[in-house]
Design a protein around this ligand. Structure first.
Ligand code: SF4
Length: 313
Protein backbone atom coordinates (compact mmCIF):
# COMPACT_ATOMS: atom_id res chain seq x y z
CA UNK A 1 0.00 0.00 0.00
CA UNK A 2 1.09 3.59 -0.59
CA UNK A 3 1.46 5.69 2.53
CA UNK A 4 0.76 9.39 2.99
CA UNK A 5 2.34 9.81 6.41
CA UNK A 6 5.10 7.18 6.44
CA UNK A 7 8.30 7.19 4.42
CA UNK A 8 11.18 4.79 4.08
CA UNK A 9 12.54 2.85 5.81
CA UNK A 10 15.62 4.92 4.99
CA UNK A 11 19.16 4.17 6.00
CA UNK A 12 19.92 6.97 8.45
CA UNK A 13 23.42 7.91 9.49
CA UNK A 14 22.33 8.55 13.04
CA UNK A 15 19.55 6.06 13.48
CA UNK A 16 20.29 3.10 11.23
CA UNK A 17 17.30 1.62 9.43
CA UNK A 18 14.60 4.12 10.21
CA UNK A 19 10.92 4.44 9.37
CA UNK A 20 9.91 8.10 9.01
CA UNK A 21 6.55 9.31 10.28
CA UNK A 22 5.50 12.70 8.94
CA UNK A 23 3.09 14.62 11.19
CA UNK A 24 2.99 17.91 9.28
CA UNK A 25 2.28 18.88 5.68
CA UNK A 26 4.95 20.35 3.40
CA UNK A 27 6.26 22.79 4.54
CA UNK A 28 5.14 23.86 7.95
CA UNK A 29 7.86 24.97 10.34
CA UNK A 30 8.69 27.48 13.05
CA UNK A 31 11.91 28.26 11.15
CA UNK A 32 12.86 29.01 7.55
CA UNK A 33 16.51 28.00 7.79
CA UNK A 34 18.91 29.24 5.13
CA UNK A 35 20.37 25.72 4.97
CA UNK A 36 17.10 23.79 4.86
CA UNK A 37 17.32 21.02 2.30
CA UNK A 38 13.59 20.45 2.28
CA UNK A 39 12.88 23.87 0.75
CA UNK A 40 11.47 27.25 1.79
CA UNK A 41 8.99 27.26 4.63
CA UNK A 42 5.62 28.15 3.16
CA UNK A 43 3.68 28.19 6.44
CA UNK A 44 5.90 29.64 9.16
CA UNK A 45 4.26 29.87 12.56
CA UNK A 46 4.30 28.79 16.19
CA UNK A 47 0.71 27.64 16.33
CA UNK A 48 0.28 23.94 17.04
CA UNK A 49 -2.44 22.31 14.95
CA UNK A 50 -3.90 18.93 14.14
CA UNK A 51 -2.87 18.76 10.51
CA UNK A 52 -4.22 15.26 9.84
CA UNK A 53 -6.62 13.02 11.75
CA UNK A 54 -4.31 10.94 14.00
CA UNK A 55 -6.40 7.85 13.21
CA UNK A 56 -5.17 8.12 9.61
CA UNK A 57 -1.54 7.95 10.78
CA UNK A 58 -2.34 5.12 13.19
CA UNK A 59 -4.00 3.09 10.45
CA UNK A 60 -0.90 3.43 8.26
CA UNK A 61 1.31 2.39 11.18
CA UNK A 62 -0.89 -0.66 11.82
CA UNK A 63 -0.60 -1.64 8.17
CA UNK A 64 3.14 -1.14 8.09
CA UNK A 65 3.87 -3.04 11.30
CA UNK A 66 1.63 -5.95 10.32
CA UNK A 67 4.60 -7.07 8.20
CA UNK A 68 6.90 -7.25 11.29
CA UNK A 69 9.51 -4.98 9.69
CA UNK A 70 13.12 -4.94 10.80
CA UNK A 71 13.91 -1.42 11.98
CA UNK A 72 16.39 0.29 14.25
CA UNK A 73 14.13 3.30 14.88
CA UNK A 74 10.77 4.81 14.17
CA UNK A 75 11.45 8.51 13.66
CA UNK A 76 9.03 11.40 13.85
CA UNK A 77 10.43 13.87 11.37
CA UNK A 78 9.20 14.99 7.99
CA UNK A 79 8.25 18.01 6.00
CA UNK A 80 8.76 20.55 8.74
CA UNK A 81 8.63 20.72 12.52
CA UNK A 82 6.86 17.68 14.08
CA UNK A 83 6.21 19.30 17.47
CA UNK A 84 3.82 21.71 15.69
CA UNK A 85 1.44 18.77 15.35
CA UNK A 86 -1.15 18.37 18.08
CA UNK A 87 -1.11 14.64 17.25
CA UNK A 88 2.47 14.34 18.52
CA UNK A 89 1.69 12.87 21.94
CA UNK A 90 -1.06 10.62 20.69
CA UNK A 91 1.10 9.14 17.92
CA UNK A 92 4.05 8.62 20.29
CA UNK A 93 1.71 6.90 22.76
CA UNK A 94 0.23 4.75 19.98
CA UNK A 95 3.64 3.57 18.79
CA UNK A 96 5.03 2.88 22.26
CA UNK A 97 1.88 1.03 23.33
CA UNK A 98 1.36 -1.07 20.22
CA UNK A 99 4.91 -1.58 18.97
CA UNK A 100 7.05 -1.26 22.10
CA UNK A 101 9.96 -3.22 20.66
CA UNK A 102 10.83 -0.35 18.31
CA UNK A 103 12.85 2.58 19.69
CA UNK A 104 11.29 5.94 18.89
CA UNK A 105 13.20 9.11 17.96
CA UNK A 106 11.96 12.66 17.34
CA UNK A 107 13.90 15.06 15.11
CA UNK A 108 13.00 18.60 16.13
CA UNK A 109 14.39 22.10 15.79
CA UNK A 110 13.74 22.47 19.52
CA UNK A 111 11.78 25.70 19.25
CA UNK A 112 8.73 24.46 21.17
CA UNK A 113 10.53 22.67 23.98
CA UNK A 114 9.63 25.49 26.37
CA UNK A 115 5.97 24.48 25.96
CA UNK A 116 4.91 22.27 28.90
CA UNK A 117 2.44 20.36 26.75
CA UNK A 118 5.13 19.57 24.15
CA UNK A 119 7.51 18.51 26.93
CA UNK A 120 4.85 16.21 28.31
CA UNK A 121 4.04 14.69 24.90
CA UNK A 122 7.71 13.90 24.24
CA UNK A 123 8.28 12.09 27.53
CA UNK A 124 7.83 8.60 26.07
CA UNK A 125 10.19 9.09 23.11
CA UNK A 126 13.45 7.18 23.50
CA UNK A 127 15.59 9.83 21.80
CA UNK A 128 14.96 13.51 21.09
CA UNK A 129 17.29 15.18 18.57
CA UNK A 130 17.00 18.98 18.80
CA UNK A 131 19.17 21.63 17.13
CA UNK A 132 21.15 24.37 18.83
CA UNK A 133 23.58 26.12 16.51
CA UNK A 134 24.07 29.48 18.17
CA UNK A 135 23.72 31.46 21.38
CA UNK A 136 23.63 34.81 19.60
CA UNK A 137 20.36 36.49 18.62
CA UNK A 138 21.74 38.05 15.44
CA UNK A 139 23.16 34.75 14.20
CA UNK A 140 19.95 33.00 15.24
CA UNK A 141 17.88 35.36 13.10
CA UNK A 142 20.28 35.07 10.16
CA UNK A 143 20.47 31.26 10.16
CA UNK A 144 16.92 30.31 11.02
CA UNK A 145 14.68 33.28 10.07
CA UNK A 146 12.35 32.24 12.91
CA UNK A 147 8.66 32.97 13.40
CA UNK A 148 8.08 36.42 14.91
CA UNK A 149 8.44 36.33 18.68
CA UNK A 150 10.81 33.38 18.74
CA UNK A 151 14.16 34.26 20.28
CA UNK A 152 17.34 32.33 20.96
CA UNK A 153 16.82 32.98 24.65
CA UNK A 154 13.50 31.18 24.58
CA UNK A 155 15.00 28.24 22.70
CA UNK A 156 17.92 27.97 25.14
CA UNK A 157 15.64 28.12 28.16
CA UNK A 158 13.36 25.50 26.60
CA UNK A 159 16.23 23.11 26.04
CA UNK A 160 17.50 23.48 29.59
CA UNK A 161 14.06 22.98 31.05
CA UNK A 162 13.34 20.00 28.83
CA UNK A 163 16.54 18.33 30.05
CA UNK A 164 15.28 18.51 33.62
CA UNK A 165 11.97 16.77 32.87
CA UNK A 166 12.93 14.32 30.12
CA UNK A 167 14.80 11.17 31.04
CA UNK A 168 15.38 9.72 27.58
CA UNK A 169 18.44 10.52 25.46
CA UNK A 170 19.03 13.98 24.00
CA UNK A 171 21.32 14.06 20.98
CA UNK A 172 21.98 17.72 20.27
CA UNK A 173 22.68 18.70 16.67
CA UNK A 174 24.88 21.73 15.95
CA UNK A 175 24.56 22.89 12.35
CA UNK A 176 27.66 24.72 11.17
CA UNK A 177 27.89 27.33 8.41
CA UNK A 178 31.32 28.81 7.65
CA UNK A 179 31.32 32.57 8.00
CA UNK A 180 28.18 32.55 10.14
CA UNK A 181 28.49 30.59 13.39
CA UNK A 182 32.02 29.21 13.36
CA UNK A 183 34.16 31.92 14.96
CA UNK A 184 36.31 30.85 17.90
CA UNK A 185 34.50 33.11 20.38
CA UNK A 186 31.09 32.04 19.26
CA UNK A 187 31.89 28.34 19.42
CA UNK A 188 33.36 28.75 22.90
CA UNK A 189 30.15 30.44 24.09
CA UNK A 190 28.03 27.79 22.38
CA UNK A 191 30.09 25.02 23.98
CA UNK A 192 29.52 26.59 27.41
CA UNK A 193 25.76 26.69 26.81
CA UNK A 194 25.73 23.08 25.62
CA UNK A 195 27.59 22.13 28.79
CA UNK A 196 24.70 23.61 30.80
CA UNK A 197 22.12 21.60 28.83
CA UNK A 198 23.85 18.23 29.39
CA UNK A 199 22.85 16.41 26.21
CA UNK A 200 23.84 12.75 25.94
CA UNK A 201 25.50 13.40 22.59
CA UNK A 202 26.56 16.42 20.55
CA UNK A 203 26.61 15.90 16.78
CA UNK A 204 28.08 18.38 14.32
CA UNK A 205 26.31 18.70 11.00
CA UNK A 206 26.88 20.82 7.91
CA UNK A 207 25.37 21.29 4.47
CA UNK A 208 25.41 18.13 2.41
CA UNK A 209 22.89 18.92 -0.34
CA UNK A 210 21.72 22.20 -1.86
CA UNK A 211 20.24 24.40 0.83
CA UNK A 212 17.56 27.04 0.46
CA UNK A 213 20.09 29.84 -0.01
CA UNK A 214 22.89 29.60 -2.57
CA UNK A 215 25.43 31.42 -0.38
CA UNK A 216 25.46 28.71 2.28
CA UNK A 217 28.49 26.49 1.92
CA UNK A 218 29.41 23.34 3.82
CA UNK A 219 32.16 23.22 6.42
CA UNK A 220 35.14 21.12 5.35
CA UNK A 221 36.21 18.07 7.40
CA UNK A 222 39.08 20.17 8.79
CA UNK A 223 36.71 23.00 9.75
CA UNK A 224 34.46 20.50 11.51
CA UNK A 225 37.40 19.09 13.40
CA UNK A 226 38.48 22.60 14.45
CA UNK A 227 34.93 23.44 15.50
CA UNK A 228 34.72 20.31 17.66
CA UNK A 229 37.90 21.43 19.43
CA UNK A 230 36.69 25.03 19.84
CA UNK A 231 33.44 23.89 21.42
CA UNK A 232 35.60 22.57 24.22
CA UNK A 233 33.34 19.61 25.02
CA UNK A 234 34.61 16.10 25.71
CA UNK A 235 31.89 14.38 23.69
CA UNK A 236 31.46 15.83 20.17
CA UNK A 237 30.98 13.69 17.06
CA UNK A 238 30.52 14.65 13.40
CA UNK A 239 27.67 13.29 11.32
CA UNK A 240 29.32 11.68 8.29
CA UNK A 241 28.71 13.27 4.86
CA UNK A 242 26.20 12.06 2.25
CA UNK A 243 23.51 13.02 4.63
CA UNK A 244 20.33 14.93 4.74
CA UNK A 245 19.46 17.64 7.15
CA UNK A 246 15.97 18.91 7.58
CA UNK A 247 13.65 17.04 9.77
CA UNK A 248 12.73 14.96 6.82
CA UNK A 249 15.38 12.57 8.08
CA UNK A 250 18.87 11.72 7.02
CA UNK A 251 18.95 9.07 4.37
CA UNK A 252 22.10 7.94 2.67
CA UNK A 253 23.72 7.46 0.24
CA UNK A 254 23.46 10.62 -1.87
CA UNK A 255 19.77 10.74 -2.86
CA UNK A 256 20.41 12.26 -6.31
CA UNK A 257 22.59 9.23 -7.17
CA UNK A 258 19.94 6.88 -5.83
CA UNK A 259 17.40 8.48 -8.18
CA UNK A 260 19.75 8.21 -11.16
CA UNK A 261 20.44 4.57 -10.29
CA UNK A 262 16.74 3.93 -10.29
CA UNK A 263 15.68 5.75 -13.46
CA UNK A 264 18.65 4.49 -15.45
CA UNK A 265 17.00 1.04 -15.19
CA UNK A 266 13.41 2.01 -15.89
CA UNK A 267 11.45 5.22 -16.32
CA UNK A 268 9.63 6.26 -13.13
CA UNK A 269 7.15 8.89 -12.05
CA UNK A 270 7.85 11.20 -9.11
CA UNK A 271 5.40 9.14 -7.05
CA UNK A 272 7.23 5.89 -7.78
CA UNK A 273 10.60 7.44 -6.93
CA UNK A 274 9.18 8.87 -3.73
CA UNK A 275 7.71 5.53 -2.71
CA UNK A 276 10.87 3.56 -3.42
CA UNK A 277 13.36 5.96 -1.85
CA UNK A 278 11.31 7.25 1.06
CA UNK A 279 11.99 10.83 -0.04
CA UNK A 280 9.11 13.29 0.03
CA UNK A 281 7.60 14.05 -3.39
CA UNK A 282 8.64 17.69 -3.05
CA UNK A 283 12.16 16.63 -2.33
CA UNK A 284 12.19 14.28 -5.34
CA UNK A 285 10.93 17.16 -7.50
CA UNK A 286 13.69 19.41 -6.23
CA UNK A 287 16.36 16.78 -6.93
CA UNK A 288 15.00 16.17 -10.43
CA UNK A 289 15.09 19.91 -11.12
CA UNK A 290 18.71 19.89 -9.98
CA UNK A 291 19.47 16.89 -12.22
CA UNK A 292 17.72 18.49 -15.21
CA UNK A 293 20.82 20.59 -16.01
CA UNK A 294 22.25 17.30 -17.27
CA UNK A 295 20.94 16.46 -20.79
CA UNK A 296 20.89 12.77 -19.85
CA UNK A 297 17.73 13.36 -17.81
CA UNK A 298 14.75 12.68 -20.11
CA UNK A 299 11.06 13.29 -19.49
CA UNK A 300 8.19 11.66 -21.26
CA UNK A 301 4.49 11.96 -20.61
CA UNK A 302 2.77 8.61 -20.10
CA UNK A 303 -0.64 7.45 -19.00
CA UNK A 304 0.15 7.80 -15.33
CA UNK A 305 1.92 11.13 -15.62
CA UNK A 306 5.45 12.28 -16.45
CA UNK A 307 8.10 9.57 -16.49
CA UNK A 308 11.73 10.36 -15.83
CA UNK A 309 14.57 8.32 -17.30
CA UNK A 310 18.34 8.62 -17.54
CA UNK A 311 20.28 8.01 -20.72
CA UNK A 312 23.35 5.98 -19.74
CA UNK A 313 26.89 6.87 -20.86
S1 SF4 B 1 16.06 22.77 8.55
FE1 SF4 B 1 14.47 21.91 9.88
S2 SF4 B 1 13.99 23.60 11.24
FE2 SF4 B 1 15.05 24.50 9.54
S3 SF4 B 1 13.41 25.15 8.12
FE3 SF4 B 1 14.09 23.07 7.51
S4 SF4 B 1 12.66 21.73 8.53
FE4 SF4 B 1 12.50 23.71 9.57
Amino acid sequence: MGYSHLFGPVLSRRLGRSLGVDLVPYKVCTFDCVYCEVGHTTAKNLQRQEFFPPSEIEEELRQFFSGNPVLDYVTLSGSGEPTLSLSLGRVIGFIKTNFPAYPLAVLTNGTLLWDRQVQHELLFADVVIPTLSTVDEEIFQRMHRPSPGLTIRRLREGLREFRTVYHGEIWLEVFLIPGVNMSRDHLAALGAEIGRIHPDRVQLNTLDRPGTEQWVRPASPQELQDAARMLGLPYVESIPPAATHGHRGDSSPDPASVIVEMIIRRPCTIGEISESTGLHREEVGKLLRMLSVDPRLKMKRGERGIFYSWAGD
